[in-house]
Each structure stands twice: as C-alpha cells, then as structure tokens.
Design a protein around this ligand. Sequence first.
Ligand SMILES: Cc1ncc(C[n+]2csc(CCOP(=O)(O)OP(=O)(O)O)c2C)c(N)n1
Length: 658
Amino acid sequence: MDPKLKNLSNAIRFLSIDAVQKANSGHPGMPMGMSDVATILFKYYLRFNPKNPEWINRDRFVLSAGHGSMLLYSLLYLTGYKKIKIEDIKNFRQLNSICAGHPEYVKDSGIETTTGPLGQGLANSVGMVIGQEILKKRFGSDLINNKTYVIASDGDLMEGISHESMSLAGHLKLKNLIVFFDNNKISIDGPTSLSVSDNYKKRFESYGWSFQEINGHNFKQIFNATKKATKSKKPSIISCKTVIGFGSPNKSGKASSHGAPLGDDEIKLVRKKLKWKHEPFEIPEEIMNSWREIGSKGKKLEKDWNSVLDKKNSKIKEEYERLIKGELPSELDKILGDEKLKFFQTKPKMATRQCSSSVINSISNILPELIGGSADLSGSNNTKTESSKVITSKNFSGNYIHYGVREHAMAGVMNGMALYGGLIPFGGTFLIFSDYLKPALRLSAFMGLRVIYIFSHDSIGLGEDGPTHQPIEHLEHLRAIPNLNVFRPADINETLECWEIALKSKNNPSAIALSRQKLSYISEHKSGENRCSRGAYVLKETSDSSVIPTLMASGSEVEIALEAQEKLKSKNIDSRVVSVPCFDLFKNQSKNYQDNILGESSTKISIEASSQSGWKSTVGRLGTTLGLTTFGKSAPYKDIYKFFNLTSDEIVKIVEKK
Ligand SMILES: Cc1ncc(C[n+]2csc(CCOP(=O)(O)OP(=O)(O)O)c2C)c(N)n1
C-alpha cells in the first residue's frame, strides 16, 4: 500500500480537529475514527470530478453520520472542490459558512445531501441507487453505472428509518450500494452496549445484504473489503471496527471525543502521537499534491463518459438532457388543459383521491421521470394507475415502487431519487401517517427538492376507520414547514391545477391532501388560468358588493360553503365563497390580492375539517372558524360532520346571528 496513506488520512484528522477547536464546537471523534476508511475510498474507488460536482455518473458519497461533517468538508477541500476553501474550513459552523454544523445540501458543491438527523442519509442513498438503476435501464449501463457509498454510524443504524430502508434495499437487491459502518461502539451516552445488542451480521444478512467485518484502521483490509463489495450482487455493508477519536491519547475510544473540541492541550498530544508537525490548517505540499492528484483523476473519467454520451442517438440525448435539467415536456400544458375542459363539460362527482389518480394516469405517458409509489396503500391513495409499471429487483424499467409499510423510508428514498437527478418522485400514504415520515419530508423542504407527497383520507371525512385514522392537526403541522406547499383541492379541476403547480415547482416539495369521500364538481369557469396558483380565489359570489360575508374553505368543505351560500341566498343574504387550495401560496400574494380575496365584511367564516388556529388570523378577530378541537369519531362521515357542526346550516346560523 502507498506509504503516504497514513499522512493523507492524518490531513483529514487534523483539519477536522483544528476546525472544531477553532469553532469551539463540533464533532472531532468520528472524522478521526473514519479518516482511514475515507482515504482508501477516495483514493482507490470513488469516481468523482471536483471540477464538475454535478457530473451525473459520479459515484455518490453520503455522510449519513452528518455530525462528522468535518470529514466531508476536509475531503472536499483536499480533493479540490472549488466551493470548499481553506477559509470555509476555518469558518466551520460560522454564519453563512458553507461548512455548516451538519452538511446542508448545496448543488454543485460535493455536499450530496443534508444529513445530521441520523438515518436519513441511509434512506437517501437507497433512493440514489434506485434512481440510478431506473436511469440506467433507460439510458444504458454504458452511460449510467455509478455506485453510492455511505458512511453510517451506530446511531444511524439504531434509527427506525435504517431498518426500513436497508430492508427495502435488500429486497430490491441494490448491489451498487455500499455502506461503511463506523462500528466504534460509542454513542453520546457512552458505550452502545447501554442500548443495543443487535447482531449486525444476522440483521443485514436477513435483509439480503452481504456483510463483512474489518479493522477500520487497516488500509489493506479496507481496500480488500471495498473491492469485494464493489463486485457483490447484493447491497454491501462493511462493518469497520474503529476507535472514535483515533490518535487522542486521553479521549480516543471514549464518548468524550464525540461531540466537543478536544482542547488545545489534548490536540498537542495528538500531534505528537501521530507525528504531525504542521500548524493548524496547514497541509504540507506533498500531501496536498497527493490529495489534489486523487481529485484530478475525475476529469478523464468524465471526458471518457462524455464520449459515450456523444455516441448516443439524438433522441436519447435530447431526452437525457431534458430529464437531467428537470424540464417538463411541452405537451404537458395541453394535456392538462384538455383534461380540465373535459371535466368542465362532464362535471363529475369524484373523491379527490380519484381525481389525483386521473391526473397521474393522464400525464404518466409523457412524463417518464414521474416515479410513483405508496407505503402499502396504493389502492387507497389511488397512486397506482393503469399507466403504472412496478419496479422489481429484476426489472427497473417501471415507474412505480411498492415501498411496503415503510412511510419514513419512502420519503427518505424519494429525497434520494430527487437528489440523484432526472426523476420526479411521488409517494402516497394517509394524511394521518404523514407523522411517520415527517422528518424526511422536512428535509425535502429544507433541501428544496421536487418531491410530491400524496396524502389521501385527509379528514374526518374518511369516516368509519375512526379517530386513529382521522387527521386533526396535520394540515397545520405541514403548513408550518417552510418551503413546502400544502394543497387541498376541492374537485378535479383544482386537483389538476394543484398537480400542475407541484410538477412545476422545481425547488420545493408539495403535499397534496385528498379526500376519501366523493365531492361535487365546483369550478365555475372553464378558464385556462390556474386559479390555485395564487393559493385562494373567489369561487362564487352572489353580489358584486365587496361588503358581503366571506365563506372560506378548502377541499371537501368547499361544497359545504357553497351549499350555505345557496341557503343564505334563499334568505336574501348575499355572500362570497372563497376556495383556499393552498395557504402557503396565498400567504405569498400581495396584500392587495389578499385583501381583495378576503373581502371587506367583518363577517368571515372559515370551515375546514381540521384544527383551526391557522385560520384565526385569516378570518380576523371578528370572524369565526369552524373546525375541530378534539379527536374525531368513528361513524359514517356525514354523521361525524353533523356531530361536529361542520354543516351548511351552522354557517347559515352564524351569518344570521351576525
Ligand atoms: C435523529 C437524531 N437523533 C439524535 C441525534 C443527536 N445525535 C447526534 S450523534 C448521536 C449519536 C452518536 O453516536 P454515533 O452515531 O455512534 O456516532 P459517533 O459517536 O460514533 O460519532 C446523536 C444521538 C441526531 N443527530 N439525529
């Protein structure tokens, strides 16, 4: 083995401990323990080009144990990524530094995904490999043939999402996934024996993975095990027995090196022990050159790859370019427009989950990048349509994934697919079970990924399954997440419009809440305009005066508001009904637009079968919100609506009183 390996690895160690020390916070133990593994991986295996971090066929490197972020930043700096300079490393954890406390996904930087919430990186990596297999099938294995390497810690493997996603990876036989497990047997509270007795070999073998165990400080063993893993027909995990804080005389092997600076005195001792004579942030020329040489190999790899792309026929090349740029085909607008017109004429009464299914079916043929799925609720979420073709371990040519009852993994995997590029994932579950995937959904929003969440059974309107399945606070929780659009369409027209916005939102995820129960067609105009794009609009008014009561609703309650409007009209009381399919978009409109929509009357009533605090500021101090403040009920849905006074009669009563 190259005698320089030790010093290459020590360069990572010292950048890490010095940066943590300068920031006076951070996690030195993990980079010190895993730098030997990372050195072998980057020097001998990882195919990447720091000059073009976005090269689609690069091997992905996911640091799932994101607390060890200095390991990643050191590697990116040393190998020559232009976005990570020595100044950035010196600014580790400072305001606006790209070297944030935990890695935050930045396009074109080498930071492949946001990690830190343990386990998420593992699920992302599964999505990246699925994405790769799908594109490989479409564009050929000469073009798409990368691998995804992950470093995961004890904490990553304790998290539930790791069980879900590793199980799915085994089921799909994702052989291009290779996980290095930093098996240092230490977590924050102390030795992992305090809380875990898993037999990792048996665990992973039962998932259908190949398992190896090595000394994570022995270069030869790391090299050989990685080689074996790259040839495996199964996903691979290499359990690397390492020492956390390796090289620290007083803190190595102890939880004390996990998450705090080592201290100046201890760092002096590490320098002595590892024979590192250089000042903080100083990398000797010879070592720097070796690292840069490792980084420079990618240029040729990408050049060779470009010549493969050049030889592809123009149709494949054009489609490839379109997908990678994330652009939608020009026919999409026409298809959506034709569908809107068709339904305007037939005015069908449909559950919005059926509406969504109809949208998916109508666009799937022209959108091969759309990859659907459900966490075992395909028939209920209506995510699987006639145009769905199931992806299996033997065949990735399809466009639909059975995620099994693994909501959290589904969301993390969708993030991974979106990060891989060229695909738009959507996945379904009941709105109530958005709780099971929220950490990953939050990261979709944080990273600005085009991921579409289909949440059916969106209220007490699901009826007899009862309060365990009836979401109450969920819409509000979701609406509180920054950079996420939460849609709740009221009919097929709005569903088409919400789907259109979701597809065109390149830099944020969307959650589409859908009814189980049938809803009336409510759209008044056969307008080509997308009225949902402004979040709320006046659906129907019985007078052009702006000082008439405003009845506001979303989704399934819009038809109740319309019914109330009719009843009021028969009593010679005018009103306006405002449909609010997306609060998030409405909040972004000008004050003028918002005022126009909300109207001038102080009689404002909102109705949404959900908790209501989000509506309070919209209806104002004198307004009334109708919704839920308790858990729901198990009964036929019309009885539940009556029980909770979510009826048109209640609205009429309130307006009359006012
Ligand atoms: C979901 C989640 N829960 C808790 C934490 C806080 N946390 C950060 S690292 C860690 C565990 C550290 O142990 P390990 O994963 O073995 O890392 P090591 O100590 O080896 O660096 C915890 C609980 C987190 N980052 N994510």
